[in-house]
Design a protein around this ligand. Structure first.
Ligand code: UDP
Ligand code: MG
Length: 324
């Protein structure tokens, strides 16, 4: 793969026929001011309207445009991921194709990266000024919750307009609806993150692809992210601890009951505590076993994908030691 471009601009597209032309024009206009070499990667995520035709026409007139057409609608995260895998730029920028993000802000993000940040995220500061209870409050709550749980404090997790240093994004693997958690995932490999206010323009053509069910999916993904971030490399630490606590409680109750039965000779057949003790012991045993299984899976996973448990930032060595 050829490299050496300054910038890859990645845009996921799903049924956006009316927005694409203007989007392309805005990106190229903004691109001119950047004074950098760039490519535009448009990922067609199985659109069912005329998006593909518009994309083809755009590509035919501009060699900087590359289209990746997915076989079906895999979702925004997958579409972005396809873009990341194929990007050749040193800096990678993502934005939505519905014109909600303003391509004029790309320069701002790139500038921050060049200041030394590894990841720069847009903050749609002026969004939802009016709908306080239906829009702004839920959004504030979600961002607060995600920030607290992941310990990476951002004011706007939902903004697709972001910029990354190439090495950062190439080290991140995405699943589910995880694209919004990229900053949190990236933080685990030790990156510096900045957030800059960006413009937000409500969608005019087409409609949002998400409804209320997204909140639930995002919440479940948040659980996954939290678990993966904290315990993915040591599952026994969490399951084992729960198992030990439960098992120990069961054991104590069991011993008390045994003492009553054997020494004091009181019947324990009608004691609900007996059931509880058995339950706690079994659950405790299962948790420990689950933790151990987890340990095996983690090892298989790291070896199967040759994933290391560390990420190198830079290698500093004398030229002579390069021969290997
Ligand atoms: N998108 C996509 N695949 C999907 C859903 C959305 O590529 O399955 C794209 C969509 O074309 C848009 C961006 O992701 O460019 C954000 O989608 P949308 O505007 O519907 O989300 P919202 O702004 O409402 O969060
Ligand atoms: Mg949108």
């Amino acid at each position: 793969m050829t490299r050496g471009l300054d910038l890859s601009i990645i845009v996921p597209v799903y049924n956006e026929e009316k927005n694409l032309r203007q989007l392309y024009e805005e990106i190229t206009a903004a691109g001119k001011k950047l004074n950098r070499t760039y490519e535009i990667i448009l990922v067609d995520d199985g659109s069912r309207d005329g998006s593909l035709a518009v994309l083809r026409a755009i590509q035919a007139s501009d060699a900087r445009v590359r289209i990746f057409r997915l076989r079906k609608n895999f979702g925004q995260t997958a579409a972005l991921s396809a873009g990341f895998d194929n990007a050749r730029g040193e800096i990678i920028v993502t934005l939505d194709s519905d014109l909600e993000n303003d391509p004029n802000d790309i320069g701002l993000l790139v500038q921050k990266i060049e200041e030394g940040y590894d990841l720069v995220s847009g903050w749609r500061k002026k969004r939802w000024k009016r709908h306080f209870f239906t829009r702004r409050l839920p959004s504030l709550t979600a961002n607060w919750l995600i920030s607290r749980i992941t310990k990476v404090h951002l004011r706007d997790y939902g903004c697709t307009l972001k910029a990354f240093r190439r090495e950062v994004i190439k080290n991140i693997h995405l699943y589910g609806e995880m694209h919004r958690f990229i900053p949190a995932i990236a933080a685990t490999i030790g990156v510096s993150i900045a957030e800059v206010p960006v413009n937000f323009r409500p969608r005019i053509h087409g409609k949002s692809k998400y409804g209320f069910s997204r909140s639930i999916r995002v919440f479940l993904d948040l659980l996954t992210v939290k678990f993966l971030l904290n315990y993915a490399t040591r599952p026994l630490q969490i399951f084992g601890l729960m198992g030990l606590i439960s098992g120990a409680a069961g054991l104590v109750i069991g011993l008390i009951l045994s003492y009553q039965r054997l020494v004091l000779k009181v019947g324990i057949g009608n004691r609900p505590l007996l059931l509880l003790a058995i339950l706690l012991l079994v659950v405790g045993f299962q948790f420990v076993t689950m933790g151990l299984l987890g340990e095996i899976m983690v090892r298989t996973y790291h070896e199967a994908v040759e994933k290391h448990i560390y990420v190198v930032r830079e290698v500093i060595e004398s030229p002579s030691s390069e021969t290997e």
